[in-house]
Write a protein that binds this ligand. Structure first.
Ligand code: ADP
Ligand code: MG
Length: 250
């Protein structure tokens, strides 16, 4: 395994032999409020500030002011890094998604030589896949290979899955280390709603927010990290005005 991309999040990198393997796409999944966005922001912030890696956030969920305020709450000043050109924040509201959106993102990444990327969330980007997938690109053979009846919901599902597959392939060719967030279903046997990104991504981090002895607490578990002898324990996750911190299980 080549170089490691340190997240700089306290207590995390030692769980994955020093960081994400360079060029990986890692999925961070969890129900709302588990800390996915904050984890992703700290990953970019540390990369831009300490490692001088050009970093970019693509958010489909929140306004940029919202993101900057949220970051400030855990002690990170994003604006200084933005002004230095080390960090780029891009908000694409779901109603502004267009057939050229994916190409626009790729163009920006190449232009700015982005080394660390976050997509928040892959779930929202992916459910809109029909927008970026012209119908002429879907061949009868694709549908036959899918071994399913040709009905609108199934076709929609097929388009989403094929989009995710292609998008993750594209990221791989751009050689940046990417963290994608995904809304986890509240229950069920899959980690992501689309049911395939956890298989396609190189790594999966699962965040939870559960009641333990009457008190709610957050935790993180590394579910998958290819090529890595990763830690397999559940680690309590603390969020404070000083940032994120992973603790050891007592
Ligand atoms: N400064 C802080 N101190 C303690 N907890 C915080 C702080 N800032 C945010 N949080 C907690 O983090 C949660 C938001 O995490 P977020 O990353 O937005 O979740 P997700 O993206 O998984 O929905 C908030 O609901 C809040 O409980
Ligand atoms: Mg979020």
């Amino acid at each position: 395994m080549g170089q490691r991309t340190e997240t700089g999040i306290k207590g995390f990198d030692r769980l994955v032999q020093g960081g994400f393997p360079e060029g990986f796409t890692v999925l961070i999944t969890g129900t709302p409020g588990t800390g996915k966005t904050l984890f992703a922001l700290e990953y970019l912030y540390n990369g831009a500030k300490r490692h001088r890696q050009k970093s970019m956030l693509i958010t489909l969920e929140q306004s940029l002011d919202d993101i900057r305020t949220q970051a400030k709450g855990i002690g990170m000043d994003l604006e200084t890094l933005e002004k230095k050109g080390m960090l780029t924040l891009m908000h694409i509201p779901a109603n502004a998604l267009a057939p050229h959106t994916i190409d626009d993102i790729k163009k920006e990444m190449r232009k700015r030589k982005i080394k660390r990327l976050v997509i928040d969330s892959l779930s929202t980007l992916a459910i809109n896949a029909p927008i970026y997938t012209p119908i002429k690109d879907i061949t009868l053979r694709d549908i036959m290979n899918y071994k399913a009846f040709f009905s609108p919901p199934i076709l929609g599902d097929f388009v989403v899955k094929r989009f995710i597959y292609g998008f993750l392939e594209d990221l791989k060719s751009m050689r940046c280390t990417t963290l994608v967030t995904s809304e986890a279903p509240e229950n069920g046997s899959y980690l992501s709603r689309d049911t395939i990104s956890e298989f396609l991504c190189d790594g999966v981090l699962q965040l939870t927010f559960e009641s333990m002895g009457g008190q709610f607490s957050r935790s993180l578990i590394v579910r998958k990290m290819r090529g890595t002898d990763n830690d397999e324990d559940v680690h309590p996750l603390e969020i404070s005005s000083k940032g994120l911190k992973l603790h050891d299980v007592k």
